[in-house]
Design a binder for this molecule. Structure first.
Ligand code: HEM
Ligand code: HEM
Length: 183
């Protein structure tokens, strides 16, 4: 990892794959899927881990050490590699939950002044540049991030999300996350 001559692709396949999967479709929800994730978003997150700007516990336990000696070139190649992998979605299994989640994603929650998530993350939740892809992500990981934005300041660069999910209820978080996992 400390060798700047190793390509990002090799690192992705030999190191990152242990947790995130060789094609970026991790199995364990503790490790976010990276398949099809936006390149610019991943570059920004890797730089945040490296500079200790993203300091939620799983982030610092796992990603601080791994990102420490990555060069800008390796970061760019790693992000390119994972952004080109095909994301595999979960099968739908709870129509009621997923239907409510879709409603929140596409229309927001007017009573709580929560805007439609699709405004920034896209109608298909594929993301755009530094707005992350959410489609296909593990529901548990999504819920964990939403709670983090709402309750902690452990992702300072996600300040915009703190405002948005301020009044999102735990049940709504589960629903929107369940819907996103199926996309
Ligand atoms: C999160 C990339 C290796 C564990 C992330 C994220 C990226 C990333 C971009 C943020 C994802 C997001 O915000 O959606 C990489 C790269 C790796 C690598 C490029 C190889 C150089 C690993 C390894 C492990 C690991 C080997 C496990 C030992 C984690 C965990 C998180 C994470 C637990 C979630 C942190 C949180 O919940 O905030 N990784 N990763 N990663 N990675 Fe890695
Ligand atoms: C990040 C969900 C609305 C902008 C995220 C993440 C989640 C999420 C789960 C973290 C992704 C990851 O770690 O891989 C949602 C939901 C929304 C919503 C459920 C609706 C209730 C919005 C809106 C905007 C926005 C309306 C733009 C105004 C962003 C940005 C990030 C982000 C910029 C990246 C933050 C960072 O760099 O740390 N969102 N989002 N989101 N979202 Fe949203």
């Amino acid at each position: 990892l400390a060798d700047p001559s190793v390509s990002g692709k090799t690192l992705a396949q030999q190191v990152c794959s242990n947790c995130h999967g060789i094609d970026g479709n991790s199995v364990n929800p503790n490790f976010p899927k990276l398949a099809g994730q936006q390149k610019e978003y991943m570059i920004a997150q890797l730089k945040q881990f490296k500079s200790h700007n993203r300091f939620d516990p799983p982030g610092f336990e796992y990603m601080w050490g791994l990102s420490r000696s990555l060069t800008d070139k390796q970061i760019e190649e790693l992000a390119t590699y994972f952004s080109r992998q095909k994301s595999l979605a979960d099968k739908p299994d709870d129509a009621k939950r997923e239907g409510n989640g879709r409603d929140i994603f596409e229309h927001g929650v007017a009573a709580q002044s929560i805007p439609a998530c699709s405004t920034c993350h896209g109608m298909e939740a594929a993301g755009n540049s530094t707005f992350p892809r959410l489609a296909g992500q593990h529901a548990d990981y999504t819920v964990k991030q939403l709670n983090m934005f709402q309750r902690t300041g452990e992702r300072p660069e996600g300040a915009i999300m703190k405002v948005i999910v301020h009044d999102l209820t735990p049940d709504s978080m589960e629903n929107v996350a369940a819907y996103l996992a199926t996309l």
